[in-house]
Design a protein. Structure first.
Length: 184
């Protein structure tokens, strides 16, 4: 009987080839799959939420409002102490927060008309404009005022929490905001 003898080096080569084939099969490219980082379409962005998603959005908006109120208080303190370095550093932080967290939250049009969140949406926009005013950014304040006017046209009697700590009709709050913008 002839015995089939396979040499150790040939077995090692076969094992290495099998491992290389497995590694190549499992390897992926460093690129992300198509569509993973795409921005939502206009239809997706403007589709009103409901149920748990709406509840989650309301919580996010309430949290952002509280954050902006705290930022407002911090800016007042920094202005009173005439802390220029603190103002610069804190303004950079707030600018980043507004760009990464607040802007995506306020991007959707539907929430300015949805009965459950339109008040929160308006309040967030007013406090954002006020904080931008404290950051000495009049053009951004004007953009915020223009956006409030566009989104809430015809609803000037809706109550909003502005000036901070008070409630007033949206039209009156816009007048106060415009006056404060020019007075500094």
């Amino acid at each position: 009987m002839a015995r089939n003898r396979t040499s150790v080096p040939s077995l090692l080569v076969l094992a290495l080839l099998a491992l290389a084939a497995l590694a190549a099969a499992c390897a992926s490219s460093p690129e992300l799959p198509a569509g993973l980082l795409e921005e939502p379409s206009a239809v997706e962005e403007n589709t009103p939420l409901g149920g748990e998603a709406l509840t989650q959005r309301k919580l996010e908006m309430k949290r952002a409002y509280k954050d902006l109120v705290h930022f407002h208080v911090t800016f007042e303190s920094l202005h009173q102490r005439k802390d220029r370095n603190g103002l610069i550093l804190f303004s950079e932080f707030v600018q980043t927060y507004m760009g990464s967290h607040l802007a995506p939250l306020l991007r959707n049009d539907w929430q300015s008309e949805h009965p459950e969140v339109m008040g929160l949406d308006a309040n967030l926009r007013f406090i954002q404009a006020d904080v931008l005013m404290q950051m000495n950014d009049p053009s951004a304040v004007q953009d915020a005022i223009d956006e409030i006017e566009r989104r809430f046209r015809g609803r000037e009697n809706m109550l909003v929490d502005y000036p901070i700590g008070d409630q007033s009709p949206l039209g009156q709050a816009l007048s106060v905001l415009r006056d404060r913008k020019w007075k500094g």
